[in-house]
Design a protein around this ligand. Sequence first.
Ligand code: C5P
Length: 221
Amino acid sequence: MREKLRIAIDGPAASGKGTLAKQIAKKYKLLHLDSGKLYRYLAFQVYKTKHKKINYPKLQISLKKITLKKLHNKILTTEPITKIASVISKQKKIRKMLKKIQHHLAYNPPKQFKGSVLDGRDIGTVILPDAHVKIFLTASLNVRAMRRYKQYKKSGIKTTYNKVKNDIKMRDYLDTHRKISSLKPAKDAVLLDSSFYNTKSAFVKIDKVIKERIKHIDATY
Ligand code: C5P
């Protein structure tokens, strides 16, 4: 039986992987899961506790109630949640809990989808090492900071370019230096530095890669 298509997109904060994954999902009718939102969802549960401590049994319970709709909650993108997500993501137990959900969605997307595209930090290396297509998207720190700063400005969030840049720098450090599932490209990933591309040209490049891969795999799309 032909398999459903699975695409992994990894990269550092604000590299544009989310936007790209959304576009790919739309074009190829795939379920899109922004795995960062799962970490943010758990971070939000931690944030709500009095002492901001991780309570694993409680997190398990809230994970049981998780829905894709809940991941769209705007609060998940706020600064305190972002900070907690970045810190709790180094915990082995947290990653294990979230791996299950990611697997479930990637391998069994609802019927209306022809496959799945997951974006994050460890999708190609740990979550879906057998993904049919793996992309690793980067961009320089300055470019990523400027993109994120403009997004914040557009949504009315008050901040400064330097603050955004320092936050991203810190998150990069934590993501690349943690002992497990650290941010790195899978050996078979296609690397793309989007510093000098806009979203449209980055999409065109990635789309070419996907089309080429699809020709050679036994997957439906
Ligand atoms: O992608 P996003 O910036 O929303 O992710 C929030 C945080 O979750 C990141 O800073 C990172 O530490 C963590 N994360 C992770 N592994 C993933 C996705 C996100 O550790 N696959």
